[in-house]
Design a protein around this ligand. Structure first.
Ligand SMILES: Cc1cc2nc3c(=O)[nH]c(=O)nc-3n(C[C@H](O)[C@H](O)[C@H](O)COP(=O)(O)OP(=O)(O)OC[C@H]3O[C@@H](n4cnc5c(N)ncnc54)[C@H](O)[C@@H]3O)c2cc1C
Length: 497
């Protein structure tokens, strides 16, 4: 029960460097080292974030003007989902990050959803109700004028290789010891905890505590400590990705676009110097070379010889993220496919909660179990929301989309949410009452389900809108437009950085 004197992080991908910066910032009196192998590369994709990346940079005291230009970063107001639904009028919607002013317009959104659920014609498409949808349509960044008294959450797009370099430089400047070498053996002590690591030059590296950021290999946690892995394959079919960069136009949109293709979906992520593009697919339904061809067609690159990169993904999570004297962060603890760009959010949450739980237990394993439950719940909360995209898809053109829609292997919480959507009198209130909004609030769920047009058929006889409508659509549109006057053009914001 004493604070570790030496902590060794194994792995210098984004997860390793995030852990390094947070550890150095929190425990300046501990010797933190990071071991990476120049013979084994990093994944190096992963260019979109949630608002957690801002929390991370705030927690280590780094300003946007310091890191964003170095990483070709742009702002992100949310994600467009296109072609996931073929319901007329619902073939695209925008999932915005939360803004405080949404609280003033969301009641009308829910009101109109309720009407639409009763077969009454009502404007229930999410794009009309959220500030950040408006900002994105008008190419405005998410930083409000100082006089605007409401908070707006936002994420970023960035070059993950450059982000790693920036974070590495910063951690080393703060006193982190950087080691190059390849682990060939993990030696356990008599209690079965990690004792030391043997490197390829036969040297031994010791520490009191280890952070496994070795990527999907999970050298310490899964390989050496034999912590088991829970696959999400029955709910999430995708296991592969192919990645191709393209040039970017002058106007840089502050949003990711996710477009459904024949057997998965393609991301388009705007950086200051290029688009990152990739096709996430299931190799059970389409061969990688055919997927690459389809992505090239989608990007208009059939005649181009720009190289594509293929990756495999293992979807799921470990049963315990912290076991004995080892914490796993990043791909070593699991991965949920990148549809909502949540991987770095989970890295941040894992490190933050670990630091809190370890300190609270005075550097013992007292809160190991509680911590693991917290992180498992976060993984499952995100998984449920991502599975919902596939279950709710409104396409019938390929076996892949039909099988996803027909999938009955659903997590219980997701089943409960889908049931509420079609059966409850008040979706938002019921979500709240049953505490189902883990990781995503009721308004995000409503965006997804309304965005795909999951509504009953309209009644034959046109009915009037319910009498208790709080605001008319014109009023809402004008309110959001006036809020929008407090925001600046995205390109200008980037130029100011
Ligand atoms: C297709 C795809 C798209 C993604 N999109 C997103 C996204 O939009 N947003 C997001 O947040 N995340 C995304 N991710 C996830 C993101 O890429 C990872 O979470 C992130 O890169 C962290 O990876 P990592 O640091 O855990 O592992 P890695 O990058 O694999 O790093 C592993 C490190 O361990 C070291 N190592 C391995 N073995 C040894 C050894 N034997 N000895 C010494 N060192 C060793 C390596 O040298 C390396 O430094 C995506 C992932 C994929 C596959």
């Amino acid at each position: 029960m004493r604070k570790p004197k030496k902590i060794l992080i194994v792995g210098g991908g984004t997860a390793g460097w995030m852990a390094a910066n947070m550890l150095v910032a929190r425990w300046g009196d501990v010797q933190v080292s990071l071991l990476e192998s120049s013979d084994i590369g990093i994944v190096g994709v992963g260019e979109g974030s949630t608002p957690h990346l801002k929390l991370f940079f705030d927690s280590i005291g780094v300003k946007e003007s310091e890191w964003m230009p170095r990483c070709n970063a742009t702002y992100k107001n949310g994600i467009y989902f296109s072609e996931w639904s073929h319901v007329p009028g619902y073939n695209s919607y925008f999932h915005p990050f939360p803004a405080q002013v949404d609280e003033l317009t969301v009641p009308s959104f829910f009101h109109n959803i309720k009407a639409r659920m009763q077969g009454i014609e009502a404007p229930a498409h999410p794009d009309n109700y959220f500030l950040e949808s408006y900002l994105t349509r008008h190419n405005l960044g998410p930083l409000a004028a100082e006089s605007f008294p409401f908070s707006v959450l936002y994420g970023y797009h960035f070059d993950s290789g450059l982000l790693g370099e920036f974070l590495a430089e910063r951690a080393v400047a703060k006193g982190l010891h950087r080691i190059n070498g390849t682990v060939t053996e993990v030696l356990l002590d008599e209690d079965g905890a990690v004792g030391s690591l043997r490197l390829d030059d036969d040297s031994l590296v010791e520490a009191d505590f280890f952070v496994d950021c070795s990527g999907a290999r999970s050298l310490l946690l899964q390989d050496a400590l034999k912590v088991s892995f829970k696959s999400y394959r029955e709910n999430l079919f995708n296991d592969s990705a192919v990645v191709i960069p393209t040039t970017i136009p002058d106007v840089v949109t502050p949003a990711t676009r996710s477009t459904a293709l024949s057997n998965g979906w393609a991301w388009q992520i705007p950086l200051t110097n290029r688009y990152g593009n990739g096709y996430v697919f299931s190799s059970d339904y389409i061969m990688p070379d055919r997927a690459e061809q389809e992505l090239r067609e989608h990007l208009g690159l059939l005649d181009s010889d720009v190289e594509a990169r293929h990756l495999r993904m293992s979807i799921g999570r470990v049963d315990k993220h912290w076991a004995k004297n080892c914490l796993a962060v990043g791909l070593s603890q699991g991965f949920i496919e990148p549809l909502e760009a949540t991987a770095l959010a989970l890295c941040y949450e894992t490190i933050k909660h670990f630091l809190d739980h370890f300190e609270k237990g005075q550097f013992s394993n007292q809160y190991e179990k509680a911590f693991n439950q917290v992180i498992n719940n976060k993984f499952e909360g995100i998984r449920d929301y991502i599975v919902a995209h596939y279950k709710a898809n409104q396409r019938t053109d390929t076996q892949y989309w039909r099988d996803n829609a027909a999938n009955t292997q659903l997590p219980d919480r997701l089943k409960a949410i889908l049931y509420l959507w079609t059966h409850s009198k008040n979706f938002a209130e019921e979500m709240e009452a049953q505490k189902l909004g883990v990781s995503y609030q009721a308004k995000s769920w409503a965006c997804l389900l309304a965005g795909y047009g999951i509504f009953p058929a309209l009644q034959d006889a046109p009915a009037k809108a319910q009498p208790d409508v709080e605001q008319g659509m014109d009023e809402i549109t004008d309110f959001i437009r006036r809020c929008g006057l407090n925001f600046q053009n995205h390109n200008q914001l980037l130029a100011q950085l």
